[in-house]
Design a binder for this molecule. Structure first.
Ligand code: MTE
Ligand code: MO
Length: 242
């Protein structure tokens, strides 16, 4: 202690200026740490930086998942249910319910953002990752998109509900064919037996009652997309209309 004190004396600092010096040192360390942390987060961009806003722009939060369907809820018999994988693939494949249930599952919590303006946050979806299904299908090198086609009558001629998504977007961890929601089996109203969940897009891309996946090299428009809604459908940039 004595020698440390005398060291301060030697450099000519009295007790007051020593305190000022220490305070300045602590203060500038805090400021510098904050500046470096901010610069770091800003440089990593919105994907990695400050946590995302809970709600995409222009959306209002609802407490329960709303029901959105352009036709009546289809009645689907599990014994007859199939998921067909076709189009730009080596060989078309049909998965029946028993086969589908044997595939490895994944759980992801995500929000569902309907283009009409409601968002239901924190839905815990369980199902088979899109990339798992894709690896079974063996798409050709030409395949760039998946067109998802659905069971059910949409009430306009022989049109069916469909939507298309680039494969790159479908390969994210949280894109899946879901068959459980919040720990329960997925109800028919919300797309059971199996629906697509693609959290990075507006709700109309999360097709319910999935019947087939058609891999393709061409861009196509689905049910909502033919009616003027965006084919890219990014809720975070309010990409609602084409
Ligand atoms: N087959 C089919 N899938 C569909 C729809 C539909 O009408 N038919 N509606 C879409 C829309 S607009 C939304 S917002 C979500 C809503 O899912 P939910 O009814 O489970 O809330 O499902 C999407 N998937
Ligand atoms: Mo929607």
């Amino acid at each position: 202690m004595e020698s440390a004190r005398s060291a301060w004396k030697v450099t000519g600092m009295d007790e007051m200026s020593r305190r000022k010096f220490m305070r300045f040192g602590i203060g500038s360390t805090i400021v510098a740490t904050f500046a470096v942390a901010s610069a770091y987060f800003l440089m990593r961009g919105p994907e990695w930086g400050f946590p995302k806003a809970r709600l995409p722009p222009g959306q209002s939060e609802v407490d329960v998942l709303q029901l959105s369907s352009v036709g009546p809820v289809p009645e689907i018999d599990l014994d007859k249910w199939n998921l067909e994988l076709c189009g730009e693939v080596e060989k078309c494949l049909k998965l029946d319910w028993a086969h589908f249930l044997q595939l490895p599952t994944t759980v992801h919590v995500s929000g569902l953002h309907c283009v009409a303006g409601w968002s239901k946050l924190e839905n815990s979806w369980e199902g088979v990752a899109f990339r798992e299904i894709m690896s079974l299908a063996h798409p050709t090198v030409n395949a760039k998109y998946a067109t998802i086609e659905c069971y059910g009558d949409v009430g306009s001629g022989n049109e069916i509900y469909a939507t298309q998504i680039p494969l790159d977007d479908l390969l994210h961890d949280d894109a899946m064919f879901a068959y459980r929601l919040d720990g329960n089996g997925l109800s028919p109203e919300h797309g059971g037996p199996v629906r697509l969940i693609i959290p990075s897009k507006y709700g109309y891309k999360s097709a319910k009652w999935v019947k087939s996946v058609r891999f393709t090299d061409k861009q196509e428009l689905g049910y909502y997309e033919r009616r003027g809604y965006s084919n890219t459908a990014d809720p975070w940039t309010e990409d609602r209309f084409a």
